[in-house]
Design a protein around this ligand. Sequence first.
Ligand code: COA
Length: 427
Amino acid sequence: MKALDGIKVLDFTHVQSGPTCTQLLAWFGADVLKVERPGVGDATRKQLVDVPGADSLYFTMLNHNKRSIELNSKNETGKAVLTRLIEECDVLVENFAPGALDRMGFSWERIQEINPRIIMASVKGFGPGKYEDCKVYENVAQCAGGSASTTGFREGPPLVTGAQLGDSGPGLHLCLGIVTALYQREKTGRGQKVLAAMQDGVLNLCRVKLRDQQRLKAGPLTEYSQFGEGEPFGEATPRAGNDSGGGQPGRILKCKGWESDPDAYTYFITQAAVWEQICDVIGKPEWKTAEGYATPPERLDKLNQVFEALEAWTMTKTKFEVMDICNPLNIPVGPILSTKELIEDEGLRATGTIVDVDHPERGPYASVGCPIKLSDSPVEVTRSPLLGEHTIEILRDVLGYQGSELDEVINSGAVGDAKQVADTAAS
Ligand code: COA
């Protein structure tokens, strides 16, 4: 038994934001039916191709545990099949450009008419307002949601981050909205519309930067290195480099091997509660009691000097040695792990956060498994579907098409090339 057993999801998503959400729903046990344009499918199937002829990792890593049906939602038979899918499903998830679903003839009003219990969940770039009609991708959302203006170094340009806050972030928000709406439906019997705008999702993750924006009224942000460096603050929350966001100063410091290994670094937090241990470890016991160093407020204007001394020590150790020495002393540190180290990490493999998946076209590959662990709803990651792999299965077993009615749909062209559909089903 899985948490979302019995929940059917009409997955009208593509690229990254929507698929992130429906993949989680599939991992929680929902039957996710991915509706794709005949012969084309989700554009990511053919983006960043590394194995010619096979679905790309971009697609496979975002679409595990789903079934795929090819369906032209703009042709009459296709619309009839889509209507049947809306009748059957509990949730419709989409992240088309604004207005695309209406142009297909499936407005929210129409969808509710077909199935008043359905939850319609959308990712859009912006919420209602002047930008609501814009098409939006990941980096645009990071920029419009406050992440880019607060990331990077003061003297440099705004930076986007490697974490896909603009796409996978809103996907997570949407998923939470869906399960909440499912819970409310238990009591009301009604579906509802769920919207996760990418800008809003990024902004939610930048909450502490808006905290700092308002703290500026009360004076400089003393925990930012720029305070210690005597640099004045402007009107908005500045880029904070690698300063830690809380009241405990932290930085990224070089470790042994940094000259040749771009990831030989550690994050080091000078947690006030363990200041004495830190002083002992780095060979500065005098700082434990010295005037100007003993308390956190006194150290604020000397953070560069403190971190230079820390780095002189971390540079004599590997990032893992720093971790081994500091952890028992409760000194918060963290190695900068490369993607290579993460993909090979035994601990992450043991918990299923990194998994190996086999694929008929591309062979085995590693993926990120479900990052959320439910003790009573285990996850087995299965490969992403081939384009239209389950077209007949879904038409027959989910929608109840049989005999001549099934043949009619197959031969109408609405679900792709009839011969190919039959061949795929046979194989
Ligand atoms: N059958 C027939 N037509 C289909 C179809 C199907 N199964 N699936 C999609 N289409 C059509 C759509 O109806 C649309 O047609 P229209 O322009 O005539 O209305 C067309 O395909 C293109 O869809 P669209 O969503 O506009 O794709 P795009 O490639 O032009 O834009 C995005 C891509 C991501 C920019 C856009 O979808 C978007 O802004 N989405 C919302 C925000 C978002 O999620 N962005 C991040 C993605 S990771």
